[in-house]
Unconditional design. Structure first.
Length: 542
């Protein structure tokens, strides 16, 4: 107990307090990090709620003992990820959230008795609109949706009713919807309503932007027209740049493409007749033959001829024959019917401009500025032919291509290091949060090593070691040897701790004298057994 008190006094109360404080701080930080990392993250329960419904939802969560957090204007509620299912079942069981959309559950608690046909049709339309809104909200990038459907009725003395129409208002997160997403929403709505065509669906967002008008034809909408043009130009630019930079080098070409796109959709039907291409369709042949064998009398009438039952007067035969043949052949003139449907998105005209840098030759001795040399007309013509073949330049269509040799500014040339740097720091939010966590753990580890482990090791090695003992009887010899190592014939030290401090100082400052080494050698020669015992004890303790 006394040794521990002496060691504590030598260590110092101030130093011990600092070590304990730093250790407690590091431990608190580690515990906080472990609790924060081990805690389940928050998940979205409901968003875009009515404030009245939001207050009812929070009251229900409070009564159930579920912790929550509200963000924004209070219409967005988050709960722990492990409690999302329980919270939604609780809210759904109480029927709190109803203003978002009304689906087919509208018929669950309503009796059909006493309802008119108008009420039934109106409820069916409300349910269909609510189900479509819920379906659209499940799509990526859609935060809210509202659907309105117009179903015209057939009026009296009308052959058929007018075509139905629909309008959709969506809330978009993360930018504007693409043409493919717009067309997908229009197709979903049109496929759910009888006789509704996708081009009759109007789509807007909550930022008052018309994404698709109700008069747009299928295939291209107001939102997808400009996007299709940009995609076409980007594809052509990438194709041209890949070919040209393969010839002149990376960074030695600038390419710009302007495309004129035909967004109209047309159907052409053509029928052609070929008079020279006659084909026998049918053939019929009719024939008839007649013969007259009436005789002519060759004598006078007699009494025997006139007696009933008598012979007829003789006559000479007089005959005639008539034969008729009719042949009918029907020919069909060959014809060709061609129906051509031209979809929207066809390129009407292209304008391509390519700027090519010259040749830069580095100096021979490695000093000075590189020399510039323009490219020959033959190289420019070859590049022009490659570009024209790559993008399909049609001069009859009005396409235009220009390839010019221009000296580039050396400061404007892109460098690989800049591109690498931009890609290196292109982090997402998750990457930044992960980097911050790793940085905090690294700082915590460094503090733990320098302010906790290092002082503890010094304390254990400095004040806690026991004085050296000989393996046999040789106490005076050991004391003499220790005195000799420190500095020769000096007064006896007060204790082992003072001696070790002197040794540390001597090793750090390099003040060991040659005479001390000689005295140690003399002592070893005179007392070999004691010296061996000391070395054995050092090896054993080490």
């Amino acid at each position: 107990m006394g040794g521990f008190t002496a060691a504590l006094q030598r260590f110092g109360i101030g130093r011990l307090t600092v070590v304990l404080g730093v250790a407690a701080g590091v431990a608190a930080v580690l515990v906080a990090l472990m609790l924060r990392i081990g805690q389940a993250p928050d998940a979205l329960l409901y968003s875009n709620l009515d404030l009245r419904e939001a207050s009812e939802v929070t009251a229900a969560l409070d009564s159930a003992g579920i912790k929550y957090s509200s963000k924004g204007d209070g219409s967005t509620i988050f709960v722990s990820r492990d409690e999302v299912g329980e919270a939604r079942m609780l809210v759904a069981g109480k029927g709190i959230v109803t203003s978002g959309s009304v689906g087919y559950e509208i018929f669950d608690n309503q009796s059909v008795l006493g309802q008119t046909e108008f009420q039934q049709n109106l409820n069916a339309k409300r349910a269909l609109e609510g189900e479509l809104a819920r379906t659209i909200q499940t799509m990526r990038g859609i935060s809210s949706a509202r659907v309105m459907i117009a179903l015209p009725e057939r009026q009296l003395f009308q052959a058929q009713a007018a075509a139905p129409t629909a309008s959709v208002v969506v809330g978009v997160t993360g930018g504007q919807l693409t043409g493919t997403q717009v067309q997908a929403i229009r197709n979903v709505v049109a496929s759910s309503v009888p006789n509704l065509k996708p081009e009759k669906v109007t789509l807007t967002d909550t930022s008052n932007r018309t994404l698709a008008a109700g008069s747009d034809d299928a295939g291209f909408s107001a939102a997808s027209a400009e996007e299709a043009r940009g995609q076409t130009e980007a594809q052509l630019q990438a194709r041209i740049k890949d070919i040209v930079e393969g010839v002149v080098g990376v960074g030695a070409a600038r390419v710009q493409v302007t495309a004129e796109i035909d967004h109209s959709r047309s159907t052409t039907q053509e029928q052609r007749f070929d008079p020279d291409g006659q084909v026998v369709r049918s053939m019929s042949t009719n024939g008839s033959e007649s013969q007259d064998t009436t005789a002519m009398a060759d004598g006078g009438a007699t009494a025997a001829n006139n007696i009933p039952g008598g012979e007829a007067p003789g006559g000479a035969p007089l005959g005639s024959r008539d034969t008729q043949t009719t042949e009918t052949t029907n020919y069909e003139i060959s014809n060709t019917t061609t129906t051509t449907i031209r979809e929207a998105g066809e390129i009407k005209k292209l304008a391509v401009s390519v700027a090519v840098d010259g040749r830069w030759t580095p100096p021979a001795n490695g000093e000075g500025e590189p020399t510039y040399a323009p490219r020959s007309e033959e190289e420019i013509a070859q590049i022009r032919a490659l570009v024209a073949a790559a993008v399909g330049i049609d001069e009859e269509r009005g396409d235009r291509i220009e390839v010019q040799n221009v000296r580039f500014s050396r400061e404007a040339l892109p460098s690989g290091g800049t591109e690498a740097g931009s890609s290196l720091f292109d982090f997402t939010k998750n990457d930044l949060m992960r980097g911050i966590e790793l940085l905090v753990l690294l700082v915590t580890g460094v503090l733990l090593i320098f302010f906790v482990l290092r002082p503890l090791l010094k304390t254990a090695s400095g004040g806690g070691s026991a004085p050296l003992q000989l393996a046999g009887a040789g106490g005076p010899a050991v004391t003499s040897l220790q005195t000799t190592i420190v500095g020769g014939a000096t007064p006896q030290l007060s204790g082992p701790s003072d001696m070790e401090q002197r040794l540390d100082i001597a090793r750090i400052e390099g003040q060991v004298k040659a005479s001390s080494v000689k005295k140690v050698a003399d002592f070893v020669e005179k007392h070999p057994e004691e010296s061996t015992s000391i070395l054995r004890s050092w090896v054993h303790e080490g």
